[in-house]
Design a protein around this ligand. Structure first.
Ligand code: NAD
Length: 314
């Protein structure tokens, strides 16, 4: 039997109950990793653990708010106590609160602080406790540096460490700005800076740190919101803006994360990988013209924009 590509590895997925984190936890487990899901939603996390176990994977759940230092510390301890090591951290947890939209004039200081705590501080805390545990764990069992020596073409010594992987969730909103979304846009841009800094700091330890910038991913929550808006045309309008003419699903993101967590990705670090169906590479003027045509053809269009939500964030 061929070995699964993450066999022998232990992963923490924050916000791993639902959405992108939920799909990522399932994917990493399907690839052989043992997964600790850390989430504020106890029942949904337990349901995802059951789904993973029912498919033959290994996962456990822990309830906690990852913006709290005590939770960041104890999730790392839990992974190591339960599974004996730590190799992978996917720092994904985020759900915008009701007061999270707005410009700098509109946003309240407490909403700013709690938003940034979860978007940015949680990722610093995860690394603060996770990196020493990865170092302590060392290279995963089965690691074979010889596999990388490349028929003598390599200059210098082969990698002697393949210690860990951190993948942080940014967004296309970390690359480009949307109106009245100060907390999210600033937070996701900060995730990119934090990722690059960590890549420089932890590369010498054998730990790669990368970020993913998803486009619009229809999660369980997103699906409910679209359903609530009850507008097929609105969803089509979203799809129209993507060169691949669809929005994403959690599995699209999970596949990219699983690759970045694999041994094959050992020379990729500090990268921000957009997984957005090409959304962010386009010239905006043309999207606006297509959108205008679509709106003219669909005069009853509702979408988030008409629901007083401001811009559909993410
Ligand atoms: N869905 C998208 O379109 C999209 C696009 C770009 C980036 N992202 C990013 O991807 C990540 C996941 O988004 P999603 O759409 O899957 O979200 P989601 O709301 O579907 O799932 C988020 C998960 O995080 C958990 N969570 C929330 N706050 C938490 C906390 N303080 N501590 C622990 N767990 C917590 C939730 O309970 C939930 O299980 C986020 O960082 C988000 O900003 C999402």
């Amino acid at each position: 039997m061929t070995q699964k590509r993450l066999e022998g590895k232990v992963a923490i997925v924050t916000g791993g109950a639902l959405g992108i984190g939920g799909g990522t936890a399932r994917r990493l487990a399907a690839d052989g990793a043992k997964v600790l899901i850390v989430d504020v939603m106890e029942d949904a996390a337990a349901a995802n653990v059951k789904r993973i176990s029912d498919s033959g994977g290994t996962a456990i759940a822990m309830t906690g708010d990852v913006s709290q230092e005590s939770v960041a510390k104890s999730m790392v301890e839990r992974a190591v106590n339960e599974f004996g090591r730590l190799d992978i951290m996917v720092q994904n947890a985020y759900s915008g609160g009701p007061d999270s939209a707005g410009s700098a004039v509109e946003v309240k200081p407490e909403a700013w602080r709690s938003g940034i705590d979860l978007l940015v501080t949680a990722l610093y805390l995860g690394a603060k406790y996770g990196v020493p545990a990865m170092e302590e764990s060392g290279s995963a069992p089965g690691f074979n540096a010889g596999a990388w020596t490349g028929a003598g073409l390599r200059h210098g010594s082969p990698p002697n460490m393949n210690v860990g992987r951190i993948v942080n969730l940014s967004s296309v909103h970390g690359l480009l700005q949307a109106p009245r979304s100060l907390i999210y846009e600033a937070g996701k841009a900060a995730v990119i800076g934090l990722t690059r800094q960590m890549a420089v700091d932890f590369g010498p330890l054998g730990i790669t740190v990368n970020a993913i910038a998803p486009g619009h991913i229809v999660t369980e929550r997103g699906e409910a919101t679209w359903g609530e808006v009850g507008d097929e045309a609105g969803f089509k309008l979203f799809e129209l803006q993507y060169p691949v003419r669809r929005t994403g699903v959690p599995d699209d993101i999970a596949a990219g994360i699983a690759f970045l967590c694999s041994d094959e990705a050992s020379f990729i670090t500090g990268v921000v990988l957009p997984i957005d169906g090409g959304l962010s590479i386009q010239l905006q003027e043309n999207i606006v013209m297509d959108t205008k045509d679509f709106i003219v053809e669909n005069p009853d269009l509702k979408t988030h924009f008409d629901q007083g939500r401001g811009t559909a964030r993410r």
